[in-house]
Write a protein that binds this ligand. Sequence first.
Ligand code: PBG
Ligand code: ZN
Length: 331
Amino acid sequence: MDLPQRPRRLRRTPVLRDLVAENRVHPDQLVMPHFCLNQESGREAIDSMPGIERLGRKELVDQVRDDLALGIRSVLLFGLASAGEKNATGTHSSANDGAVPLAVSTLKAEFGDRINVITDVCLCAYTDHGHCGVIEDGEVRNDPSLALLAEMALAHAVAGADVIAPSDMMDGRIDAIREVLDDNGYENIAIMSYSAKYASAYYGPFRDAADSAPSESSDVPKDRKTYQMDARNRREARREASLDEMEGADILMVKPGLAYLDIIAEVERMTDLPVAVYNVSGEYSMVKAAAERGWIDEPAVVSENLHAFARAGADIIITYHAREALAGEWI
Ligand code: PBG
Ligand code: ZN
């Protein structure tokens, strides 16, 4: 008797496989991260992230213009602070002439609403100890950090940011940021919350790029485990996501991506908000390192990873691969 079921029929040709593909990744879903120098011009390589550079404003505008031609219409900005700009409470994070506010106003002046400018809000690149909140009595204190984060978000909104993305993981930050934005007339500026952000070893290359690693000398542990989530936890991600939603977040993010596909699926099932995933630096650099050695087929691996995020339920994919994936037609 003939086999009753032949799933392979629909895999026979590429065009047939494309017809029945359940998920696609579109350029509109991609967000390209950028590391912004507080300089008119300049570019610096990042050793642990081949293909990614810290950019001055002129180079940033040129890069974003080229990326826009490829179809990348959303950027996520991180700021660099010089050693002299760092202090215990990271006050430079809310300076109107900091790297991010100046990059935002420059990009918005150049591109207007042709691009979404999203800004990361966190203190770690601005504190001399490298933690995401202020340290008092030997601990990273939650509530005293909230006002600083809200001031930082406000500085970004004043500069013209479209979306504010807090990555600090202090409790109550969405509420604190929403209130300050609303009180200052920015009630239409959206918040994309790093809701389920895990204390991950995959952030290593980013901390080189942003010079934001917790320092050896601080009197609190050199990791972020008292505020970022424990990798062993799934239900806790639901709790963080619901709190952020209740506090007024507009988009929920899961971070990192590849080791947390189950969390993306979990959050997508529980919310009606858009879900974002951050394909983080370590995930990027591992692909790059293996590809450089000829051990993997980079275009195929990147396509597979990006489609995995879509399949898991992500609407928005923040990835350092965005430019090469589109330029090379990897997706
Ligand atoms: C800042 C921040 C980090 C990342 C995004 N925002 C680093 C961290 O929490 O230590 C990581 C992004 C990446 O690894 O690509 N809090
Ligand atoms: Zn931080």
